[in-house]
Design a binder for this molecule. Structure first.
Ligand code: C2E
Ligand code: MG
Ligand code: MG
Ligand code: MG
Length: 293
């Protein structure tokens, strides 16, 4: 369209690109401030163990309390931090805070509690050597095994496969489980499941939302669960929003469920309150805490 409608349009396009660039620069400088000024916070969303009907895991999801703009969603700043490289510093912040929180959760909630953190492909770039740093931070914290697990997407496995295999092996030696996030929507081949000895698959919410609505989508969910079980991999279904979805996943034999139907992500303290009040019956009777607070 820019081409066909001539020069003015081109100029407009050009300006808007510049504006985007400026906006990104602003996000980055604001984000550096945020790291200094304590504007970031990890929210926690429970991962419900369908088999034991207990909660012994949660996913840490970053939130940014911007002094002027209010709460900013990770979707609006993580990709920019990834592009810029600030994601490495941000990732260390996430790890350090997740460690502090999991230590508290292990004392107040349950002794083998595990926190999943999200790790971007950009953090795994071989030249940044982030994994050794990750391991050093973890060692310093002196946690027991399986306190922290990482969630990576299939895209993260598409770069330097050999290096990633080696890095992930080191992490696994430290008792860090590896989960594949948003499983089924990436472009990777399935061979990595075997090669990397993946522990957990998280079925993307776009599949879960088709349960009972679209028969092919329903079959895909079931098939992912069966494949994972046959490979001895645990499955988490993401984005469960209603009882019918949880019911079907339970029938398929899915191990874990996560989603607004169980609880929305919440501040660490609210999450602890939720945990203490939680009874499996809450899920069936829909009285679980659902507000993101
Ligand atoms: P993700 O890791 O796949 O996280 C799941 C997202 O789905 C979260 O969005 C969560 O709030 C949302 N969600 C959970 N249950 C439901 C549900 O029942 N229905 C719907 N519609 N959504 C649900 P959030 O917190 O906005 O995070 C978005 C993405 O940002 C994450 O996707 C992850 O890729 C990234 N992210 C979040 N925190 C971090 C972080 O600390 N580091 C990095 N590198 N990425 C992060
Ligand atoms: Mg995740
Ligand atoms: Mg996901
Ligand atoms: Mg995602």
């Amino acid at each position: 369209e820019a081409k066909s409608s001539g020069r003015n349009c081109y100029r407009f396009f050009h300006t808007s690109m510049l504006e985007k660039l400026e906006a990104k620069k602003l996000v980055i400088s604001d984000l550096r401030q945020a790291l200094k000024n304590d504007e970031l916070e990890l929210f926690y969303q429970p991962i419900y163990n369908i088999e034991t009907r207990k909660i012994d895991k949660a996913e840490a999801l970053i939130r940014w309390h911007h002094p002027e703009k209010g709460v900013i969603s990770p979707q609006d700043f993580i990709p920019i931090a990834e592009e810029n490289g600030l994601i490495v510093e941000l990732g260390n912040w996430v790890l350090q805070n997740a460690i502090a929180n999991v230590q508290a959760f292990r004392q107040s909630l349950c002794p083998n509690f595990c926190v999943n953190i999200n790790v971007s492909a950009a953090q795994l770039k071989p030249e940044d050597n982030w994994i050794p740093e990750f391991i050093r931070i973890l060692d310093d914290a002196n946690l027991g095994a399986n306190a922290i697990a990482i969630e990576i997407t299939e895209t993260a496995l598409m770069t330097d496969r050999k290096k990633v295999v080696e890095d992930l092996r080191l992490l696994k030696e430290k008792g860090v489980e590896i989960a594949i996030d948003d499983f089924g929507v990436g472009y990777s081949s399935l061979s990595y499941l075997q090669q990397l000895k993946i522990d957990i698959i998280k079925i993307d919410k776009s599949f879960v939302q088709q349960l009972g609505i679209d028969s092919a989508g329903t079959t895909l969910c079931n098939t992912i669960v069966q494949m994972a079980k046959n490979l001895n991999i645990k499955v988490v279904a993401e984005g469960i929003e209603d009882e019918a979805q949880l019911q079907m996943l339970t029938e398929f034999g899915c191990h874990f469920g996560q989603g607004y139907f169980i609880a929305k992500p919440a501040q660490a303290k609210k999450f602890e309150t939720f945990f203490h009040a939680f009874k499996p019956a809450h899920i069936a009777s829909k009285t679980a805490l659902k507000g993101e607070v």
